[in-house]
Design a protein around this ligand. Structure first.
Ligand code: GLU
Length: 472
């Protein structure tokens, strides 16, 4: 028998922002689909009309696009499929697998309290299972008839074999009195209708899976395979939450992270390949598969995301792309408004990428090179613009002025030439030059600084620096 084509899905509920746990589920499913040449379906689970918002749906699309997780089918909106769920629920009523229940919320609550007081399981007592006649004035719900005995076995592709006694499960509501379907029902109908072959999601849904398996059986449908990833924890091993740091995906974009770095960090939360840590996306697609996903709780390391993953992916990213991102970041922060094709952007990337852990740090490093005014650091001036520096700076300016062209190479040639002529170390010339050019002794490589400043500014600042040194 040929295996059906791999089809996986990401099925978020749009009730808030997209957090790191959601993102990891989306990434695992996307990678699984890409690795196996399958399809990736996006389904928005917006059946809870009170909690779902259009804004939250947009955030999901935006986060998916930013992460680069393109979907092959969808987005399907469950809110547009109520008629289908209603029809399917009626099928189960007709076959006897589900029934109408007229118990009112007040009655249910009262019976629940009583069961608790008598130390019995407070689950629905099955009172309406065989009731046929409606109760006037009460809109019924549709409930699923869960077997009272036996057990349900799940062969989970990550967690292994998990068994639940059926008596622990409730006769769950499939359709509420107002006709709105519930999560456990819509998820089964949709995963079946959409031909999903593997349900890969967070372990918080593990207990729901048993309920869902019963519904598959009642329809006579073959269930998909299931794989439940262990939850993500913070460094203190508590469930990941806001108090650990940013948990919203788009906040990472705003804080200067590259999407591939966040993807890398999240994939490594539960999946590994030997000792390798930094993975470009194509390599993840090539390597990612379920057997290497562990079932131990995974810890999200915020420090490592910045210091390792983001720093390394900044080193790996194409120059033009970083130039574009730097341009956007500078504009967004009001640091500088450059044209996207400004050649200074590429130079800044060359000079700053090795030392920047985020795009914000890169923008911090770029800002002084783009400023009209020099911001003088008094200590650097005192140290490097002493009177003997005046002559060095003048000589450097003369050399650069005489050079036939201006750019990183010409700058290096002038510095080397001057150092050789005087038998001086390069630093003896470069340090005062740095301070004359930027006001500080800490900066990207001097050739980059000069290339970004441009010939006229460099000559003017070197000569002004010489005067300041002579006067000092
Ligand atoms: N909509 C559910 C959630 O956001 C996920 C459902 C599923 O993956 O089965 O938690």
């Amino acid at each position: 028998m040929t295996q059906p084509k791999v089809r996986v899905r990401f099925a978020p509920s749009p009730t808030g922002y997209m957090h790191l746990g959601n993102a990891r589920t989306a990434i695992y499913n996307w990678l699984y689909a890409r690795h196996h040449g399958g399809s990736f379906v996006l389904r928005i689970e917006d059946t809870d009309r009170e909690r779902s918002t259009q804004g939250a749906v947009e955030v999901i699309y935006e986060a998916m696009r930013w992460l680069g997780l393109d979907w092959d089918e969808g987005p399907f909106l469950q809110s547009e499929r109520f008629e289908l769920y209603r029809r399917r629920a009626e099928e189960l009523v007709a076959s006897g697998a589900a029934y109408r229940c007229w118990c009112t919320p007040e009655e249910l609550e009262q019976r629940r309290q009583q069961a608790l007081a008598e130390k019995r399981n407070p689950k629905y007592d099955g009172r309406c299972r065989d009731r046929k006649e409606p109760r006037p004035g009460v809109e019924p719900v549709i409930r699923f008839r869960t077997p009272d005995t036996g057990e349900t076995v799940l062969e989970d592709r990550i967690q292994g074999r998990v068994v639940t006694p059926n008596e622990e499960l409730d006769d769950l509501v499939l359709l509420r009195a107002d006709g709105a379907p519930t999560y456990n029902f819509t998820v089964v109908v949709d995963d079946h209708e959409m031909g999903v072959t593997l349900v890969l999601r967070g372990a918080d849904h593990l207990s729901n899976t048993f309920r869902q398996l019963h519904i598959y059986r009642a329809f006579g449908w073959e269930p998909p395979a299931f794989a439940h990833q262990s939850l993500i924890l913070g460094p203190d091993r508590a469930k990941l939450s806001k108090r650990h740091g940013a948990v919203s995906v788009l906040q990472y974009r705003d804080e200067g992270y590259l999407p591939e770095a966040l993807v890398n960090a999240l994939v490594r939360c539960g999946w590994s390949h030997g000792d390798e840590e930094v993975f470009p996306l194509p390599r993840l697609i090539e390597l990612f598969d379920l057997p290497a996903v562990g079932n131990a709780p995974a810890i999200f390391d915020f420090e490592k995301l910045r210091n390792k993953y983001n720093a390394e992916h900044i080193k790996l990213a194409p120059r033009e792309r970083l130039a574009g991102l730097l341009c956007e970041t500078l504009a967004r922060r009001g640091d500088a408004n450059l044209q996207a094709d400004d050649p200074r952007l590429g130079l800044l990337v060359d000079g700053l990428r090795e030392r920047s852990r985020t795009l914000l740090e890169m923008a911090d490093g770029a800002k002084p090179l783009l400023a009209e005014e020099v911001a003088w650091d008094a200590a650097a001036v005192r140290k490097h613009l002493k009177s003997d520096a005046a002559e060095v700076l003048r000589a450097l300016a003369d050399r650069l002025e005489a050079a036939p062209s201006f750019g990183r190479e010409a700058v290096l040639a002038a510095l080397d030439g001057l150092a050789a002529e005087r038998g001086a170390k390069l630093g003896k010339i470069a340090q005062p030059a740095r301070v004359a050019l930027l006001g500080t002794a800490v900066s990207p490589p001097i050739d980059v600084v000069m290339a970004v400043l441009g010939r006229d500014r460099v000559l003017a600042r070197l000569r002004a620096g010489a005067e300041r040194a002579a006067a000092g």
